[in-house]
Design a protein around this ligand. Structure first.
Ligand code: ADP
Ligand code: MG
Length: 512
């Protein structure tokens, strides 16, 4: 415990010289290895040609992380993959949940509509791919440390590309720089596990690409990365793209807004998705896999043509990562239903939700260990109880209220909850969930962001990647792997943790 709270190495740099040297090494190493992002909007507005890149915000030292928690999070990933593959296959379950939130959430209602339209016509692709990330914080309850799940991401799970680089950066510093500090850290005192997140995610994409098979209409097959225009986190995506290309897989980046302009459905009963190179429109590829790094929030759908673009992808024969149903499986409301806080259900009532998807009792117990209480805010008994908590200026202090959104900046924390509830019509409260705050043990570290050091208390969030390929119709899982990890760290005064959103930074674990 004590080694976790203090860290087993000095976190303060005593002299200006030490700081300068370390900062310079980190900046250079980061740019040399693509541990980089596009600059923030204030700088980017003076960079119309897009020539600038800066080192991604990063901790100077790997953060101490309990080994048992790290191993537990990695070990459970394939069970989580299986769980979310099964949920994606359960249209009835997802439909009921969508019903509960759709009145207050037009975005979710529109996503569901895409599924309904494609279903009417008939899906032509039974395979589905998930590149997942399950996020956790370490919860400290007296002396016991336990990972607790923050959320499960089923779409655009980012930072796999930068994360393996961050592990390499900290390993490099441990070999070359930390031993030279005034309070030297010998390399042998740091347990820095390998992190194969880039490779792991590329393996998932390749499994889907191979499973798609050869084109029946004579084209070369490819993978499309669907991306946002002006993406700051572009190098993260590039790492993955280059890893995939290294296995002889053609990959192209396509802005979400250009789907209808640059893809079409083949004039064939199989509805193959065709992609024309902008540089050479007579060169046509058949799209085997569409990997979405966009389309997770309303901002990507400014008009009906954006929704028609998503519809085109979904109705095509391409394997989607994720499908609309898999994206919907990532709703916070699904997580809330799984945690099943209303366990006071009378005997003989319907089976608890986890048992609907996972048969093995030991796996269910392992999943439950990672759960934190999450309440509905609907008119069920548990929901009414939660509404009282959420409205109460004291009661709300231990909670975060979340809508059905991804990408950061959408939640309401602690004392902000009652005021926000007042702005929403009561009949729409059911589209939010109320989650107990996880309380991680206090840690300190130093963050290098935009050339400046920020030193102080930090909170770490571990993400474990998983790749899963399954047959939606036969309900068969064809590939299921744990695929590396992400550690994101933020100042302990910040509620949000997004790196690209400017709240968090990249980190890696030093196991203790
Ligand atoms: P998003 O889909 O926007 O990433 P998250 O559920 O991951 O939403 O919440 C965003 C951030 O808020 C997390 O990265 C974490 O820092 C913080 N957070 C969310 N839920 C909790 C919780 N239960 N306890 C403590 N912090 C939380
Ligand atoms: Mg998150």
């Amino acid at each position: 415990m004590s080694s976790l709270t203090k860290g087993s190495y000095p976190l303060a740099l005593d002299t200006a010289l030490e700081k300068e040297r370390l900062i310079q090494v980190i900046k250079d190493w980061s740019i040399a290895h693509g541990l980089a992002v596009r600059p923030p909007p204030a700088v980017a507005s003076n960079d119309p040609e897009g020539i600038l890149a800066i080192n991604a915000p990063v901790t100077l030292f790997p953060s101490p992380f309990p080994k048992s928690c790290f191993e537990e999070a990695k070990a459970i990933q394939t069970t989580y993959n299986e769980l979310y593959a099964r949920i994606s296959q359960d249209e009835e379950f997802l439909g009921e949940i969508v019903q509960e939130v759709a009145a207050g959430d037009e975005f979710i209602a529109n996503l569901w509509n895409i599924h309904v339209r494609v279903k009417k016509e008939g899906y032509l692709q039974d395979l589905a791919l998930g590149l997942f990330r399950s996020d956790y914080m370490v919860h400290q309850n007296s002396d016991v440390l336990q990972i607790k799940q923050v959320e499960f991401n089923t779409i655009a799970s980012s930072f796999g590309g930068l994360s393996s680089q961050t592990s390499l950066l900290h390993k490099h510093l441990a070999q070359t720089e930390y031993p030279l500090l005034k309070e030297a850290i010998p390399p042998s005192t740091l347990d820095l596990p390998d992190n194969q997140s880039t490779k792991g995610l590329a393996v998932g994409l390749k499994a889907a690409f191979d499973a798609y098979g050869k084109s029946a209409i004579g084209h070369q097959t490819c993978v499309i990365f669907l991306v946002q225009g002006g993406e700051r986190n572009v190098f993260d995506q590039r790492h993955l793209e280059y890893e995939l290309q290294a296995s002889q897989t053609p990959v192209f980046r396509l802005p979400f807004s250009d789907i209808l302009a640059r893809t079409s459905i083949a004039d064939s009963p199989q509805r193959e998705l065709l992609y024309r190179l902008p540089s050479n429109p007579s060169h046509v590829f058949e799209v085997a896999v569409v990997y979405l790094r966009a389309g997770y929030g309303p901002g990507d759908y400014p008009d009906t043509s954006a929704w028609e673009g998503r519809f085109q992808i979904e109705r095509s024969r391409a394997i989607t990562c994720p499908s609309v149903l898999t994206q919907l499986a990532g709703m916070k409301k699904v997580q809330q239903v799984l945690t099943d806080v209303a366990t006071s259900s009378p005997p003989g009532s319907p089976q608890p939700p986890l048992a609907r998807f996972i048969a093995d009792e030991a796996k269910i117990a392992a999943l439950k260990r990672t759960f934190t209480a999450i309440f509905p805010l609907d008119t069920s008994p548990a929901g009414l109880e939660a509404r009282e908590l959420a409205k109460d200026p004291q009661g709300c202090l231990l909670y975060v209220m979340k809508p059905q959104r991804e990408g950061g900046g959408n939640n309401f924390y602690r004392s902000a909850i009652p005021a926000h509830l007042k702005t929403i019509p009561e009949e729409h409260w059911g589209s939010f969930i109320l989650m107990e705050l996880i309380m991680p043990p206090p840690l300190s570290n130093t963050i290098l962001r935009a050339g400046k050091l920020e030193q102080g208390g930090v909170i770490c969030e571990l993400g474990v990647y998983g790749t899963c390929l399954w047959d939606q119709k036969r309900r068969e899982i064809l590939h299921n792997e744990e695929s590396g990890y992400l550690l994101r760290t933020k100042g302990d005064q910040s509620e949000e943790g997004g790196v690209a959103a400017g709240f968090g930074c990249m980190d890696s674990v030093a196991l203790v």
